[in-house]
Unconditional design. Structure first.
Length: 205
């Protein structure tokens, strides 16, 4: 009996230490995401001060090299949104296998609005279900109207890599001069039930 009590106490202690470690890891991850965004903003400021480049490139679609940075941006952007979720925080990646893999890795064991994050891949109309955040590949924009129907029932944020403002998309990522940027579609955000901090505007473009 005494052995059992000691064992239970040890298990409880280990569980408590493990929870503290997870909180610390999550905090460090959030700090890294914020510093990465700050680094990008500083680089943009330097580029502006140094004047236009001799050879500039037009706005273009993000590619596989941008995926890691996109997931960091997404992680940081979620902190500027007031979320309403009762259970898990669901991120749905629609139509991009590599982005799904990166997103799943980025949010593994993470939480948003104090809810554990679950990343799902949804590629067909049949697979679509409600989510807190949709990342829609430009290859799957045909599903956007159905995604909007799912989003209209919740305060759901819709992101995409379509690289231009598109009806139904709240935040759009693109690459310009080999630098990752995002646009906020103010008109679409006004139509939604989303509450987004005005401070996010400081990170835009």
């Amino acid at each position: 009996m005494l052995f059992s009590c000691a064992s239970n106490k040890k298990m409880a202690h280990l569980k408590s230490e493990n929870e503290k470690l997870l909180v610390k890891v999550d905090s460090l991850s959030n700090e890294l995401a914020a510093k990465t965004i700050a680094l990008y903003q500083a680089q943009k400021a330097i580029n502006q001060l140094s004047g236009p480049k001799k050879s500039t490139t037009a706005r273009k679609k993000i590619d596989a090299d941008d995926h890691d940075n996109v997931t960091l941006f997404v992680h940081n952007i979620t902190k500027y949104v007031e979320w309403q979720t009762e259970k898990n925080f669901v991120i749905a990646v629609v139509g991009d296998d590599k982005m799904y893999e990166k997103m799943a890795a980025q949010f593994k064991d993470k939480s948003i609005a104090n809810k554990p994050v679950v990343v799902k891949q949804m590629n067909t109309l049949k697979e679509l279900e409600s989510a807190n955040l949709f990342f829609v590949s430009s290859s799957k924009l045909a599903l956007l109207s159905e995604i909007q129907k799912k989003a209209s029932k919740n305060n759901t944020l819709i992101m995409s890599d379509v690289h231009q403002n598109t009806d139904g998309v709240h935040i759009n990522f693109y690459n310009e001069n080999d630098t990752l940027h995002f646009d906020m579609n103010d008109e679409e955000i006004k139509k939604s039930q989303l509450t987004i901090s005005s401070a996010l505007k400081n990170l835009e473009k």
